[in-house]
Structure formats: structure tokens, C-alpha cells
Ligand binder design. Structure first.
Ligand code: EPU
Length: 339
């Protein structure tokens, strides 16, 4: 029997650690429970918020609706020749899945070590780090469609993945709940070491022929050295996306700031490093009331204790305004803003 709780604090369910209450709250442990929940038409008319690890959102206010916490567990794996097919429940912790694969020699997720959040949240923003994105290993996901109460599979093509983007964040926002994810990994590693810091850290460790475990450890080490640990200091990883601009816009901004950090993004586009832009505006390591930017990575906003969602949001607006004033570049928030 599903238990709907009332007036539940979400402080421990968002990695920013901001205080906000949910009017209603339910935990889903099996996919069938979603169908059961929505048999009651009341919930179809209620505003809902689906929570996984709560690691990519900022709550601005109390949530005047139903928070659905997905805790569907289970990892299944099947090997065929050199391919490994994985199906993981949306409520699995992402990094537990990475470790599950790394220790068994299943290659493909090692660069995505230590990303906070749940498996079900991974496709929504096509998580990525150190030269690898979820879409590189993704096959499909099973979802629950709220409007019809049925389960529907989305293939990789259906998901319209882009840089920190998918159809679940855009056209179909709020319409589907991811219940499980299928990935295709390999027994033969294809290491992606092009990200300089990985090569450097392998060299520091005198590793010349790395294993999956080496890569996972090195990536974890880099993350820990740059990014704040949400269990000790509230944050939601990169708060903004790295902006992608046209070659023409880039030429203009580069003429004024020749040292600007940039990467080719294909199709006549250039990606800029938001962390660099923010640092150049003098924000790196700044404390702003109870919030601020992280001392080692200006792209990450943190809660120094007692910050409200509104305060973090107001700070992020100041950063957007100052980056625009200096560079003429608009930063977009990557974190989901829940009001
Ligand atoms: N930089 C600065 N100052 C800063 C931060 C960065 O000058 O305060 C410069 C760095 O020196 C470097 C460039 O900006 O030249 C890029 O920095 P970094 O390698 O730290 O990566 P990022 O572009 O800031 C992205 C992802 C991270 C991911 C890393 C590594 C986004 C929005 N963020 O950050 O993802 O871990 O690359 O692949 O794409 C996340 O999404 O939550 C996240 C942490």
C-alpha cells in the first residue's frame, strides 16, 4: 500500500541542502507502484516533482504539490560476445552503477565516476564528464507516461540527446517518469583519455597501461580535488552550462579577450568555459550571504549553510548579468529551478 506523507522536509532530498517542504510526498520502490499511484485521479491534477538523487535542482519555495521519490532498484547484466548489456533501476545511485561495472571489467562508464545523482536522472540531462557523455553508452530507457498510465520505451534516437539536453528536459518535460535505463558497455575498453587532466594524473601515478580501475580512480581524484562534496557542502555541480556561440560571435569576443578558453563545438559553433568567464568577472571563491562560488571551480555555486533557494537564485542572476556585461555572452542555468 502506497504511503502518501504530508508536509515533508526536502532538505535531505536536495544536494544543495536548502530548506523547503513538500505538501505531499511518496516513495516509489517498484515500477507498478506508479501505475497504482495514478489510478487516483487526484494526482493527475496535482503538480508533481520527480526526485532521484536531488543533485541537479534548486528549490525556490515550498513545493505545493506531490513529490515522487523514485527508489526503484536493481541492476541486471548480460554478456554477449564482447558486449555487456546493463539494465538498471532509476533509483540506483549512479556511482554505484559505475562501480558495479568497473569492478567487473565492463568498460564505458569509468569517465563518469563519482557524478552525483541517480540512474534515472542521467538521461534527462545526458550527464557527461571528461570527454564522455551518457549518450555514448545509452540504448534505451523505460518510462511511465503520466497522461496514459502506461509504460513506454524511448530509444536513444527518441531521446534527442544534446549537450546536457534531452527531450525529457525540453518538449516532454514533466510528462514521463524514467523507471529504468539500458546501457551497452564492452569487455574491450576504449579509453577516452583526451581530457588533459586525466593524462597528467596517470603520468603522476606512473601508469602507462591503465585499467578501468585506474581511470575511475583518476577521474574520482580529479573530481574530488575540483568539486565540493555535496555531503559536506551543499551544491548541485555545475550551476550553468558552458555557453555555445557562433563562430562570428566568438571572433568578436576573442578580439577583446584573446586568452578566452574555448573548444570547437562543430557546425560553426564554439563552446566557452563558463567557469573561466565567471572567474574573470571576479566571482571565483566569492562568498555572497550564505551562498557563493566554489574556491576551485567558479561554475559551482555552493550553500555555505542556511542559504535559501531564493538567495542562490538571486546570486546566480548577478553572475549572469555580470558575465553578460563583460563578455556579451548569456549564461544558461544547467540546474533545474523548481518554483
Ligand atoms: N576554468 C577557470 N576557472 C574556473 C573553472 C574553470 O578558468 O573557476 C577553466 C579551466 O581552467 C578549464 C576550463 O575552464 O580551462 C574548463 O574547466 P573544467 O575542466 O573544470 O570543466 P568545466 O567545463 O568547467 C565541465 C562540466 C563538468 C565536468 C567537467 C569535466 C559542464 C556544465 N560542466 O565543466 O560537469 O565534470 O567539464 O568534464 O559541462 C556537472 O555537470 O555538474 C559537472 C561538474
Amino acid at each position: 500500500m502506497l504511503q502518501i506523507q504530508e508536509n515533508v522536509s526536502l532538505k535531505n532530498f536536495n544536494t544543495f541542502g536548502v530548506e523547503a517542504n513538500a505538501k505531499y510526498f511518496v516513495e516509489i520502490n517498484r515500477r507498478e507502484e506508479l501505475a497504482e499511484l495514478f489510478l487516483d485521479p487526484q494526482w493527475l491534477q496535482t503538480k508533481t516533482l520527480v526526485l532521484g538523487g536531488g543533485s541537479n535542482l534548486l528549490l525556490l519555495n515550498d513545493f505545493d504539490g506531490l513529490v515522487i521519490r523514485i527508489n526503484i532498484r536493481g541492476i541486471e547484466h548480460r554478456i554477449s560476445h564482447n558486449d555487456v548489456f546493463i539494465e538498471a533501476g532509476a533509483g540506483e545511485v549512479w556511482n554505484d552503477l559505475v562501480n558495479f561495472c568497473v569492478v567487473r571489467g565492463y568498460a564505458g562508464l569509468e569517465n563518469l565516476s563519482l557524478i552525483p545523482g541517480s540512474v534515472g536522472a542521467a538521461p534527462i540531462q545526458n550527464i557527461g564528464a571528461y570527454g564522455v557523455e551518457l549518450q555514448d553508452v545509452f540504448r534505451s530507457c523505460c518510462t511511465f507516461e503520466l497522461a496514459t498510465g502506461t509504460f513506454k520505451t524511448f530509444t536513444k534516437e527518441d531521446c534527442h540527446f544534446g549537450y546536457r539536453e534531452s527531450i525529457f528536459k525540453s518538449d516532454l518535460k514533466g510528462q514521463y517518469i524514467i523507471v529504468s535505463v539500458k546501457l551497452q558497455l564492452s569487455l574491450i575498453p576504449h579509453f577516452n583519455l583526451k581530457y588533459g587532466a586525466i593524462e597528467q594524473e596517470l603520468a603522476n601515478r606512473n601508469v602507462t597501461t591503465p585499467t578501468l580501475k585506474d581511470i575511475s580512480q583518476v577521474v574520482s581524484h580529479i573530481r574530488v580535488s575540483k568539486l565540493p562534496d555535496p555531503s559536506t557542502i551543499g551544491n548541485a555541480g555545475s550551476f550553468f552550462k558552458n555557453p555555445v556561440i557562433s563562430n562570428e560571435e566568438f571572433t568578436l569576443v576573442q578580439s577583446k579577450f584573446p586568452e578566452i578558453v574555448h573548444y570547437p563545438a562543430g557546425d560553426g559553433l564554439v563552446k566557452l568555459a563558463a567557469g573561466w568567464l565567471i572567474e574573470q568577472c571576479g566571482w571565483k571563491g566569492k562568498v555572497y550571504g550564505h551562498t557563493g562560488t566554489w574556491k576551485n571551480q567558479a561554475l559551482v555555486l555552493v550553500n555555505h549553510g542556511g542559504a535559501t533557494g531564493q538567495e542562490v537564485y538571486a546570486f546566480s542572476s548577478e553572475i549572469i548579468d555580470s558575465v553578460y556585461a563583460k563578455f556579451g555572452v548569456s549564461l544558461q542555468r544547467e540546474v533545474n529551478i523548481i518554483s
